[in-house]
Each structure stands twice: as C-alpha cells, then as structure tokens.
Design a binder for this molecule. Structure first.
Ligand SMILES: Nc1ncnc2c1ncn2[C@@H]1O[C@H](COP(=O)(O)OP(=O)(O)OP(=O)(O)O)[C@@H](O)[C@H]1O
Ligand SMILES: [Mg+2]
Length: 458
C-alpha cells in the first residue's frame, strides 16, 4: 500500500461540491491512494496559505454559476488547477471555461476518470502503479535459496545493488526485499522508476524536481524521484535502457548525493539506497560504449543474478502455482478443493515459462477460473492451457547477458549430466525437470548428444 501511495501522497484535493455530493465520491475514489481530500465549505472558502503540498481543486460547475467569474479567475485566485464537474450534456460556456483550462468531468465520473484528469494535471503522477505482491515469496529451490541467502548477506548495508534477470523472474520483488531488510532505509519510501520509459525532455523534471514557476505549467514546487527516495530505496528498473546522455546526469547526482531542483538555487542533500535491475548485458554494453563504465561501477557494487524458472526446477514451479492460486482464490476456497492431481503437477513442472514467474502467475489465474467453474481439476479443459508452454513455441528476443543465464544453464546441465554419468533419467530428476525437458534443453544448448546416447545405452 505504501508504494501505491507514493504517486499521490504529495497531493491535496479541495472539493467544492455545490448542490451535488461529489466530495464523498472523490474521497472514496482517492482513499486507497492516501490522497488528502478537503471539503471546501462555501463558495468563499479559501484554502490555507502557504500550502505545503501540491493541490488540485475539484469544483462542481454549479458553484461557479453562483458567482460572476470565469474558470481562469478561479484558478488565479486559488492558485491551483481545477477539475470541473459538469452535468452530462451541459453546455459549458467557452467564455467562462476556456478549453485549455477546462478539465471537465461528467457528473457521473468514475475513479478512473478522476485519476485520468489528475494525471493530465500532474505529469509526475504518471509513475506506474507498482504491482502489489499478493502472495508469499516462494523460494523452495536451491537456486532461489542461494539467492535469498545473498539478499540476507547484502541487504543491510548501503552498497549499490545490481539485479540481473530475464523478464518476469522477480527483479522488482527482490529489489523490494533488499529494501525491507535494510534497517536504515527499509522504513523509508521505496521509489521505483522505469528508466526505459522516461519521456524525452522530462528526465530533469522527473528526477530533479522543480521549483514553483520554474517553467510554464509548473504550478507548484515538485520533488523529483531522487528527493522522493530520501531515507528509503531508489529502485532504478531497466537501467540498461537509460540513454547515455541521461546516464551522465544520473552519475553526477549519485556521486554528489545532492541536487538543485530546476529553477531553484539552494541544493538539497540526498540520502538513499540504490538498487537497479536490468535484463541486459551491462558489461557488454559498457564494452560497446553504450553504458558508461563509471556509472556501471557505481551501480554494480553487489551483483546478483536471479535464476530463471527453468533453473529453479519443477518443484518450485508447482510451489509457485499453489501460492498464486491460493492468492487468487483465497485460502479457504483453495483449501476446499480436492488436492492437485499428479497429472497437473507433472504438467506444471515440465511446462516452459518463457515469461518466468509472471507467465506462471497468468496461468494460475486461468487455472483458478477453470477450477472454480468445474469445482474440480478438469483435465479436459486444463490440459490445452499447457500446449504452448514449450521452449520451441517461443522465439526468445535476441540478447546476450553479462552472466548469461543461457550459458550458466548450459554449464549447469553439463555438470548435472557429468554428476549422473550422463544418464538422462537421473540427470533430469536431479535437476527437477522431466526427461523430455532435459532432452529439449540439450538440443537447445547443443550439448553433445552422441556421447550421452552412448552412455545411456550402457
Ligand atoms: N519468488 C517469488 N515468489 C512469489 N512471487 C513472485 C516471486 N518472484 C516474482 N513473483 C511475482 O511475480 C510477478 C513478477 O515479478 P517482478 O515484477 O518482480 O518481475 P520482474 O523481473 O521485475 O519482471 P519484468 O522483467 O517484467 O520487469 C510479481 O507479481 C511478483 O510478485
Ligand atoms: Mg520489473
């Protein structure tokens, strides 16, 4: 919840409701985000000055009808942008509500309508809503237990962390763990930034913040991501996608741990823990001149690779599936089901999830719907969901990774084959995958087949 609130927590909404009770609805819609909603009594209510937070007014058009002023007058007088609430089909007088000022909501607006208007007014509210974990962290496999051990070792210090991992392996989830398990910064905010999605020209404003009036439209002073993260963790997601010219700016701030907001004169001191993540080969990018070496060394003091689902093995896939299904259906409903049958265990264990945990979670949702409808594990309807979960049915995006999971996996398979005298059945069992998956992997990684075939005949 805390993370959800971040985007909006710095906001106050003043509601002038006129004849209609819009204040209750505004309050209800915004409550989950921790936005402060203040009911402005009558038409002459004046918000307190100076205001400590950015504010937006939500005003019923019927209020302004009582006075003789325009939307512009109102904004000028209150010093805050306005979202007008009008009856459907009402003709809004363009003289009084100039289109560039008029953010108009229909009277039957929904929470989403309101949020859309707020986002237009405050670009910084555009931060993507963080995904809320709805399940316990699953770490049953040796690969994940090793990872969690490393998290425990390194969480409670202030060195920067770089997390590598394929799509959907849980980079953000692990980043949060680093945050929560840090005694200094864990009680502060967790600010996640997707470095691959910063609109051109907005980097400065988003990261550095700005003073009131720094540019047209800067109605209030605004704290950038760096400042928002103070006392907590700044999570730089998809850091490998940050263009070079933005890398320079990032580096400077990290080195100085201070910044000056746009249009301001006094520098602000910063203090946060840095965690970054990428599915790219950062060292490779450095070698190619696409990522600054100095920034890389600042960010990657501690480097961790998050294993793919394949590397975690069948038992972990099943454990994750059960955890997600309990999350989707609720503990009671899930517990009332007959135990998961063996065929389904097998199907989950040997399914190949190119999208890793995220894709497995999607399957959990589909299976939950089916099992709810049928009241039981319906093989006929469930089996087809596994049809496309094969390694050959997905063309992975071309990539090369620093600690390439593919080559790591190849080595791991060869080691397991060696340990089991190249007997496939035993090797597959020791890896927690099916024989078929092992065979597919050997083919995929071009692991010498002739040799294994000979040994297997023995
Ligand atoms: N070990 C785990 N146990 C339980 N749930 C997990 C685990 N790892 C990841 N998840 C869940 O899987 C989903 C995807 O995880 P997350 O968003 O952290 O992955 P990611 O690597 O950041 O993905 P992307 O590459 O798409 O950014 C989330 O819902 C997360 O809570
Ligand atoms: Mg992510």
């Amino acid at each position: 919840m805390k993370a959800d609130r971040l985007a909006y927590e710095a906001l106050e909404l003043y509601v002038w409701e006129g004849k209609h009770d819009i204040a209750d609805r505004v309050a209800r819609f915004m409550a989950p985000f921790g936005v402060e909603v203040i009911r402005a009594g009558g038409i002459d209510f004046l918000p307190p000055e100076p205001r400590l937070k950015p504010s937006v007014a939500v005003i019923s058009v019927s209020v302004i009808d009582q006075g003789n002023f325009t939307a512009l007058d109102w904004e000028g007088a209150q010093g805050m942008p306005v979202i007008w609430v009008a009856q459907p089909q009402r003709n809004v007088d363009p003289g009084r509500y100039p289109p560039e000022y008029a953010h108009i909501l229909q009277h039957d607006f929904t929470g989403a309508d309101l949020q859309a208007q707020l986002r237009k007014l405050l670009p910084d509210l555009n931060a993507p809503a963080p995904e809320k974990p709805q399940n316990d962290l699953v770490a049953a496999s040796p690969a994940m237990r090793d990872l969690l051990e490393s998290v425990d070792t390194f969480a409670d210090c202030d060195s920067s962390v770089m997390l590598y991992g394929e799509t959907g392996v849980g980079k953000e989830r692990i980043a949060r763990l680093f945050h929560e398990r840090n005694r200094t910064y864990g009680t502060g905010p967790f600010v996640g930034v997707n470095c691959g999605a910063i609109p051109d020209g907005l980097f400065e404003s988003l990261f550095f913040g700005h003073a009131k009036g720094a540019f047209t439209g800067a109605q209030f002073a605004h704290r950038g991501y760096f400042e928002q993260a103070t006392g907590g963790t700044l999570f730089l997601d998809e850091i490998g996608d940050l263009p070079l010219y933005q890398q320079v700016k990032l580096l400077r701030v990290i080195e100085e741990m201070a910044l000056t907001r746009l249009g301001a004169t006094v520098p602000v001191k910063l203090d946060f823990r840095l965690v970054a993540a990428t599915n790219k080969d950062l060292r490779g990018a450095v070698a190619e001149g696409k990522f600054r070496a100095d920034l890389y060394f600042r960010l990657a003091v501690i480097e961790l690779q998050i294993p793919t689902l394949e590397e975690r093995g069948a038992e972990e896939k099943v454990a994750l599936m059960q955890s997600f299904m309990r999350g989707v259906m609720g503990e009671t409903e899930y517990a009332a089901l007959p135990p998961m049958p063996d065929w389904l265990h097998g199907a989950i264990g040997s399914a190949y999830f190119a999208g890793n945990v995220r894709e497995l979670r999607n399957l959990a949702e589909r299976l939950s719907i089916l099992v709810r409808q049928a009241g039981t594990w319906d093989a006929r309807r469930m089996r087809p969901l596994f049809n496309h979960l094969r390694p050959d049915s997905f063309e992975p995006a071309p990539r090369s990774l620093a600690v390439s999971p593919a080559s790591a996996e190849r080595q791991r398979i060869i080691a397991a084959l060696d340990a089991n005298s190249w007997r496939r059945q035993d090797t597959a069992a020791s890896l927690g995958i099916s024989r078929k998956v092992l065979w597919e992997k050997m083919r995929k990684f071009q692991i010498a087949d002739a040799e294994s075939d000979v040994r297997e005949l023995e």
